[in-house]
Ligand binder design. Sequence first.
Ligand SMILES: Cc1cc2nc3c(=O)[nH]c(=O)nc-3n(C[C@H](O)[C@H](O)[C@H](O)COP(=O)(O)OP(=O)(O)OC[C@H]3O[C@@H](n4cnc5c(N)ncnc54)[C@H](O)[C@@H]3O)c2cc1C
Length: 401
Amino acid sequence: MDLTTGPELDAFREEVAAFLDTAPTDAIREAGRKLTSVFSPFDEVMEWHRILHRRGWAAPAWPVEHGGTGWSVEQRYVFAEEYARRNLPPLLPNGLKMIGPLLIDLGSEEQKQQHLPGILAGEDYWTQGYSEPGAGSDLASLSCAAVADGDDYILNGSKIWTTLAHRANRMFMLVRTDSSGRKQHGITFLLLDRLDLPGLQIRPIVGLDGLPEQCEVFFEDVRVPQSGRVGAENEGWAVAKHLLTHERGGSTSSPSLYRFVQTIREAAAVRTSPFGGRLVDDPVFQRDLGELEAEVASVEHVEKLAVSGHPISADLAFPSLNKTVSSELTQRLTTLMARVAGLQGLPQQLQALHVGSGAALLSDDFDLVALPYYLNSRAASIYAGTNEVQRDLIARTVAAR
Ligand SMILES: Cc1cc2nc3c(=O)[nH]c(=O)nc-3n(C[C@H](O)[C@H](O)[C@H](O)COP(=O)(O)OP(=O)(O)OC[C@H]3O[C@@H](n4cnc5c(N)ncnc54)[C@H](O)[C@@H]3O)c2cc1C
């Protein structure tokens, strides 16, 4: 099955390619090559977001009435392929793939009008305040409290692993508004339309790769309007789960997985095998890369099935399955990347960890990117719900049939 050729799609591909070849600045292209996680350098990626928005292409999957492109699923797949082929920095997912689609599905008209334009235009960056020190996999145990006071809530507690909170100006979060019943009851989904609030403190955490990507956020008597609530008070668990289906699904990973394969192959073409000759011709290397490439091809096949309307796309287990397989493949590909690069990047890596300023040391050189990419991608099987928890969800979904 080939969903991505045919005269009309070929013309569309040319239009996309022409734009992607010319629109990004040199700094944006460099930011794409500096990718060591799902996040490229923040300023460049937001600039790229705004350029894509001006072309009308920031949110291909959104409905047209909210600023989407109106492209067919095949066109969206072609766009993702051409995008990944050029190694351009991925747009940040929290607005475009998480809170935006959630508000389109479940937000009030007022919330849509207030928040969707800023998300689409790349003016606002939203951070996700779900996890707490005592509530990760067991998210429903969260305890960050919101107590009603007039038209406001007063927040007390903390969040952790809030990605890029130190660069965000908005947050969507889960708070506890009632502790009396079962733990899934009494959770409320809340939008914070600013983070420079009295009593709110954000502390970045330096990760294994030396980058301050995640944060802790502390709330001490922080006053926020109740109008930021999505859905009913105490009924936020269903809203939170709805958002997770957008977080775990809704995007195609095979084009960027292929990009890994290509990058590794190119790097191996200019390296020597320990047994002599080029590494790319080494049979052991070829076997290892070939095996991974075959698995990427199977992800591509399933993703194409899903975009072509196959029943798998509506299967409740599909987002968890796709997240698990793609994240584990990413980890194995970045492991091979690190093997090809060897320890050339180790001095920079140790320095980044030591000074906690990996961003300043980020490079677009394969040898230097490989190690932080390897380290950062260990987290891929943890964020968006750990893979153990995803396997549990898959098993329960299948068992319930
Ligand atoms: C890089 C990164 C970015 C993140 N970004 C965000 C963010 O922006 N916003 C946010 O809110 N959160 C974020 N998170 C938090 C993430 O969602 C949690 O780390 C994750 O849900 C796991 O929770 P935990 O860390 O508390 O681990 P725990 O839940 O304590 O799990 C520890 C171990 O026990 C296993 N385990 C737990 N329960 C079960 C079970 N029932 N069955 C089998 N095994 C189980 C887990 O799989 C894991 O291996 C991020 C995490 C990382 C690493």
